[in-house]
Design a protein around this ligand. Structure first.
Ligand SMILES: Cc1cc2nc3c(=O)[nH]c(=O)nc-3n(C[C@H](O)[C@H](O)[C@H](O)COP(=O)(O)OP(=O)(O)OC[C@H]3O[C@@H](n4cnc5c(N)ncnc54)[C@H](O)[C@@H]3O)c2cc1C
Length: 409
């Protein structure tokens, strides 16, 4: 099992981290400040200039679409190799998008790549791979406990050559982005003859379809995260061609498994980068600010806090790399409990280190003057998004117990 930095990765990692450090991170703050200029749900000319300018430079240097690991059309890296790049991207607000490796697009592109028809690929995958449009994934619904996706209720009824969709979704991340052109939507396709996990389907809905309504932006601890956003959406008699259904009726869970595995681990890889960044900020601040006649790092239990953060980051990174390695072995079922383990561990770790960094900073840590407050908020939501901790713990426990019983638990 090789979890190290390979020779072919070394120069790419060097280029990516240099570009993040020298070109992307310095523009993060200006980009975020621009959100308050004019319409929050549109990009300002300066934001577009920042995004497109950096994307063009990344693309020209072939630092693009690294996430597409397991495919002849992909960049050709393993998931383990990608983990090192994604960790670097976690250190900057903009970086993942600059390299066309941002959520939720990577998960949606996986879906289109694996399950889309040639027509879907030409119409949606191609512009997504080129970074020309963006996408959203609509599974969660306000009226049902969506951590159990068998509860999803949005109706999708066949009518001639079309499907007609009715229902509500919320927490649709990225649906606020004016460039978001396509939704991958989980819908109910009830059929008593089929298994419990074959009662749902996945269907493509163009954002501009009649009957799609953006009800409101959900707020995350008071922040609307514009222009990306996490929207509450309502579908009223939304008609799409029957050919927009992916794989076939009742095959939604099959697709969700394929989508959520890679998407989840990408979040975890970036969360480890966020923890690293928080630890760096904590150390620099603690060394350079004095209280009671000493640098803050030398006061109270601060050595222990720093040491514990370092040790826990290393543990989480190794677990993340092991989960990535399991994915590289090609057995999604065997990899799933490993992905669940890191999906619990990485957000908790990043949350803890970010919180300690805020504390060491004092009041400024919680303000708009450092990236820590925004980072804390984002990382906190990762304990819910793509499945709450408790659901992943359930998967880990089930895999463990399976070793000792034939009973289905
Ligand atoms: C910022 C953000 C972005 C998101 N982005 C998206 C997106 O782009 N697309 C999308 O479809 N969804 C998205 N989500 C939704 C997210 O995936 C759901 O919130 C999550 O799956 C939980 O569903 P729920 O909110 O309905 O909670 P519920 O299903 O009601 O669960 C509530 C709580 O019940 C407990 N619970 C549930 N199951 C168990 C169990 N087995 N054992 C013990 N306790 C349990 C847990 O504590 C859980 O947190 C996002 C959420 C947030 C906060």
């Amino acid at each position: 099992m090789n979890l190290g930095i390979t020779d072919r990765l070394k120069p790419i990692l060097e280029q990516v981290s240099t570009m993040i450090r020298d070109e992307i991170s310095p523009l993060d703050e200006e980009f975020l400040t621009e959100v308050d200029v004019g319409d929050r749900w549109q990009y300002t000319p300066r934001q577009t200039e920042i995004l497109e300018g950096l994307k063009d430079r990344a693309k020209a240097a072939n630092l693009w679409n690294f996430w597409l690991t397991d495919s002849a059309r992909g960049y050709g890296l393993t998931t383990v190799e990608y983990a090192y790049l994604a960790e670097e991207m976690g250190k900057s607000h903009l970086a993942a998008e600059i390299f066309n490796c941002a959520a939720p697009d990577t998960g949606n592109m996986e879906v289109l790549e694996r399950y889309g028809t040639d027509e879907h690929k030409a119409r949606w995958l191609k512009p997504l791979l080129n970074g020309e449009i963006r996408s959203a994934y609509l599974m969660t619904e306000p009226d049902v406990a969506s951590s159990d996706a068998t509860n999803v209720e949005m109706s999708c009824i066949r009518d001639g050559d079309e499907y007609v969709l009715n229902g509500e979704k919320w927490w649709s991340s990225g649906a606020g982005d004016p460039r978001c052109s396509i939704y991958v939507v989980m819908v109910a396709s009830p059929d008593k003859a089929r298994h419990r996990h074959a009662q749902h389907s996945m269907i493509l809905v163009p954002a501009a379809t009649k009957g799609v309504e953006k009800v409101r932006a959900m707020r995350v601890y008071g922040e609307d995260d514009a222009p990306h956003g996490h929207l509450h959406m309502k579908f009223t008699d939304v008609r799409v061609p029957a050919s927009n259904l992916l794989l076939g009726e009742g095959r939604g869970f099959e697709i969700a498994q394929g989508r959520l595995g890679p998407g989840r681990i990408h979040h975890c890889m970036r969360a480890i980068g966020q923890a690293e960044k928080a630890l760096e900020l904590m150390c620099r601040r603690g060394l350079n600010r004095t209280a009671f006649g000493k640098p803050i790092v030398k006061l109270g239990g601060n050595f222990d806090i720093i040491a514990n953060c370092r040790m826990e980051i290393e543990q989480a990174r190794l677990l993340c790399l092991k989960a990535a390695w399991m994915m590289d072995q090609g057995d999604a079922r065997a990899a799933a409990p490993w992905i669940s383990q890191i999906k619990v561990v990485a957000p908790l770790l990043a949350l803890k280190v970010t919180d300690e960094a805020v504390q060491m900073y004092g009041g400024q840590g919680i303000s708009q003057d450092t990236p820590l407050a925004k980072q804390w908020t984002h990382v906190r939501t990762l304990r819910l998004a793509d499945g709450p901790d408790a659901v992943h713990r359930m998967q880990v426990a089930r895999a463990e117990l399976k070793k000792y019983t034939q009973e289905k638990i």
